[in-house]
Write a protein that binds this ligand. Structure first.
Ligand code: GAF
Length: 371
């Protein structure tokens, strides 16, 4: 295993273990997690692998095969990508758990900038490694929450729980239905090939600079709207028309998206239960329009990917993840996949944009120890 050899080269002995955590793609339920709502993501076959050994002191030595090396004696020395793994040490220690230093080698194969949650995979792989190295006996959901806290309070990105929970809990061949209020989850069988379908990921290869600031702003707008309506979270809105009548501007549009998106997750689950997988495309399309027009987190590259995929014969398509770039997904009949790809490529070429990348996503397993 290349990571094993890299560890021996870097640190002069074999690692105590090797762990893997996947990235994710979200089928539906976008920008609902921090509104206490429902999400339906699944893990992708790409992720972060970490070889690690514990240390007798508090030093953290990190070697990423993609990003370079950092040695961290004081947690606040971590910079850039290292804030994600080091934030996990910080969060576990903050919980009073006996975590000292470690030597780590990190190897990742999630396409850069694709919006497939490479940071969550890095955090969750670190959390699973430390859980075993220091016999912490934390549950996968405990570790997901620790990883989220690392990202929120150490790396400074106010994300919800979806990405870390998916990486920690996913099961091969299944999508994960997660209630982000109770943190209850259910594994939903999701076997597209059995229905002659595949899920195409269209990586736009763009990330607009405003992404992080706009994410925090959306979160604040949702919280302000819930406060106006006198409910704990937008999840609790039961009379949408009544709520919309009491709101205006951005708060009104954000509420419209979050409430209808939660309904779309439930509707999609209903179709999957009924075996009507081929029918879920309309919900994907509706989700995209709502994210574009009501939540305002799409961008021209995502819109063109979605529209040209549908024009090329996709059963449905939508942006996935936080937005402002990253990836779209398209549900396609296997025999139409080529025509969908060609349609998207042609639409990009017409605008003089760089070709998007295409990947096919099959639901993969969640975080685990490899050796
Ligand atoms: C990003 C965040 F990290 C998630 O928590 C979620 O809010 C998502 O955007 C939007 O659904 O991936």
């Amino acid at each position: 295993m290349r990571i094993f050899d890299a560890f021996v080269d870097a640190y002069g002995s074999a690692p105590e273990g090797v762990w893997h955590a996947p990235g994710r793609v979200n089928l539906i339920g976008e920008h609902t997690d921090y509104n206490d709502g429902l999400v339906l993501p699944f893990a992708v076959p790409w992720g972060v692998t970490i070889a690690a050994s514990p240390r007798q002191d508090d030093t953290i030595r990190l070697l990423s095969l993609q990003m370079g090396a950092q040695t961290v004696e004081h947690l606040d020395e971590a910079h850039g990508w290292a804030r994600y793994p080091v934030g996990v040490f910080w969060a576990l220690r903050g919980n009073g758990l006996p975590v000292r230093g470690a030597d780590l080698v990190i190897d990742g194969d999630i396409p850069e900038g694709a919006g497939l949650s490479s940071s969550a995979a890095l955090e969750v792989a670190t959390a699973f490694a430390l859980n075993d190295l220091y016999a912490l006996a934390q549950s996968p959901m405990d570790l997901a929450r620790t990883a989220q806290r690392a990202e929120n309070d150490f790396a400074g990105m106010p994300c919800g729980i979806m990405d870390q929970a998916t990486s920690a809990l996913a099961r091969e061949g299944h999508a994960l239905l997660l209630d982000c209020r109770t943190l209850g989850s259910r594994q939903i069988p999701f076997d597209l090939p059995a229905h002659g379908l595949e899920l195409l990921i269209i990586n736009t290869n763009v990330k607009h600079a405003l992404a992080d600031g706009q994410y925090a702003r959306r979160r604040q707008e949702c919280e302000a709207a819930a406060a106006h309506l006198g409910v704990p979270a937008l999840r609790d809105v039961t009379d949408l028309a009544g709520a919309l009548g009491r709101l205006s501007g951005a708060e009104r549009r954000r509420t419209q998206h979050v409430v209808t998106e939660n309904h779309r997750v439930e509707a999609l689950i209903g179709l999957l239960r009924a075996g009507a997988v081929t029918e879920i495309g309309a919900l994907l399309n509706a989700s995209h329009l709502s994210l574009r027009d009501q939540f305002e987190v799409s961008c021209p590259e995502l819109d063109v990917a979605v529209e040209s995929a549908v024009r090329g014969g996709a059963r449905g398509a939508r942006m996935t993840g936080g937005g402002f770039g990253g990836s779209a997904i398209a549900l396609v009949a296997v025999e139409r996949a080529e025509s969908v790809r060609n349609s998207v490529k042609a639409a990009y070429a017409e605008r003089g944009w760089r070709d998007p990348d295409f990947l096919t996503a099959t639901p993969a397993a969640g975080a685990r120890r490899l050796t």
